[in-house]
Design a protein around this ligand. Structure first.
Ligand SMILES: [Zn+2]
Length: 300
């Protein structure tokens, strides 16, 4: 079953649900970063959150959002970027975290993340991006995203995220859903959703059991008159790096740093944190960048 993103709205417009199957993109992330299972789950959940949040909050082609989870656990930070397509990309501080399973016999994502904060940066093409920050609730990601919507955007939201890792460390299944109560929603609808969520299997077992994104939406919306959009949106893991962007990054470290780099190393190899692509710069190329940096340094 390929990756897919589906969205639906209740007939009265009071509730909207997004659901995504993200097995392929989570496995691509796992292969790129060579993550151990608990890091695979943490990154896969956050990438899925990126897909769902993009569907919920981004509109035009140039809109983007960044999820930044800064915890004090052994995993370090998690960074995920999403655009409106949605393409997502991300990485974790320490991909090789190895922790015992938690009390529930599950991968201990909360323990790996630890305590800290969740920040969401939404760039909607305005002068300043929107930045919202909340303390982490559990580090299990879904609860933290739920808290973000409640505190920072005042949207009652329920989020479910799940990644199942196989014995050979590959991603067996990954996906999630997000339910949001919109202005005008009734108490009755809210109670039905609450009941459905209580009765539902975990996302991981829903996806592992072969449920499609549509079926997940219908399970969450059972008893509510609901429409699902026909569109076939395929979320992907895609990086946006290029040699040109790396050049800009090198110029931006400034004249002094750059000249030190040339002096000490002669050439440079930069790797992209999101896709591990390597970019090589010869001494000549670095010297050209140094010239550009020095032009920038001169007062106008
Ligand atoms: Zn890249």
């Amino acid at each position: 079953m390929g990756d897919i993103l589906k969205r639906g709205t209740s007939a009265d417009g009071g509730v909207r649900i997004f659901a995504a199957v993200t097995t392929e993109l989570a496995e691509k992330a796992r292969k790129i970063h060579d993550t151990f299972p608990v890091a695979t789950a943490a990154l896969g959940r956050t990438l899925t959150a990126g897909v769902l949040m993009s569907a919920a909050g981004l509109k035009t082609e140039t809109d983007s959002l960044t999820i930044q989870i800064k915890g004090d656990g052994p995993l370090g930070s998690i960074i995920v970027c999403a655009d409106s397509k949605p393409n997502v990309r991300g990485y974790v501080g320490n991909p090789f975290v190895d922790l015992p399973l938690n009390a529930a016999g599950k991968l201990d994502v909360g323990g790996a993340v630890g305590r800290g904060s969740l920040s969401i940066v939404r760039d909607l093409g305005l002068k300043e991006p929107y930045i919202g920050q909340v303390p982490l609730v559990s580090g299990e990601i879904a609860e933290d995203i739920t808290m973000y919507y409640a505190k920072s955007e005042q949207i009652p939201t329920a989020v479910g995220l799940g990644v199942l890792v196989d014995r050979d460390y590959s991603v067996l299944s990954s996906g999630g859903f997000m339910v949001q109560m919109m202005p005008g929603s009734t108490d009755e609808t809210a109670q039905l959703i609450e009941k459905n969520l209580k009765n539902a299997d975990s996302v991981t077992s829903m996806i592992a059991g072969g449920m499609t994104a549509e079926e997940i939406i219908f399970a969450v919306a059972e008893g509510i008159d609901f429409f699902i959009e026909n569109s076939e949106v395929v979320p992907e893991y895609k990086c946006t790096c290029s040699k040109e962007r790396m050049e800009k990054a090198l110029i931006s470290i400034g004249y002094d740093e750059l000249s030190r780099l040339i002096e000490e190393q002669g050439e440079a190899e930069l790797s992209c944190q999101f896709c591990e692509n390597k970019y090589n710069f010869s001494k000549n190329e670095l010297e050209e960048l140094l010239r550009q940096a020095s032009d920038r340094k001169k007062p106008r």
